[in-house]
Write a new protein. Structure first.
Length: 158
């Protein structure tokens, strides 16, 4: 992701997510279903880290926790919504149609992500949300010096 950017990584692995999901609708036995679901898993797992990283770049230190807090339960919200929508689709059409619609949604995300995502606010002349020109951005982990022993000895503030 550091070399080619989150925008490309996310768009590329949405292809795995969408295509694998469409292929789930074509599964004829358990073996192919497991294989296609593995493709979906590759896409979903490969998208999560770049999305988290992009959020950390686009939100300043004071807003980053809020943004990540909104992101974290979002996948569960998606599962919950699918639990409401998919039974209706399956009842009116078929279980294959449910997979096809989910896969088409994933494939549509390729274009949306590629067109709308940007890797870094600084490249656009912007500051991360929550930072001003006078604020000091939080240091990157690679720029900080710490030891695990010092962290363990740090008293909890609460």
């Amino acid at each position: 992701m550091d070399r080619i950017g989150g925008r490309f990584v996310i768009s590329f692995f949405c292809l795995f997510l969408g295509a694998g999901t469409v292929l789930m609708g074509r599964a004829s036995d358990l073996t192919t279903a497991v294989f296609f679901h593995g493709i979906v898993g590759i896409g979903a797992a490969s998208i999560w880290t770049p999305v988290s990283t992009l959020i950390q770049k686009w939100f300043g230190g004071n807003k980053r926790g809020l943004a990540l807090g909104i992101l974290s339960p979002s996948y569960a919200l998606g599962f919950g919504l699918m639990g409401i929508l998919l039974p209706t689709i399956v009842n009116n059409y078929s279980w294959r149609m449910g997979w096809y619609l989910l896969g088409a949604s994933g494939l549509i995300l390729i274009a949306m992500n590629f067109l709308l995502l940007r890797d870094d606010p600084e490249k656009l002349g912007l500051l991360p949300w929550g930072e001003t020109a006078q604020s000091t951005p939080s240091p990157l982990l690679s720029q900080t010096s710490f030891t695990y022993r010092a962290i363990a000895k740090e008293p909890c503030s609460g």
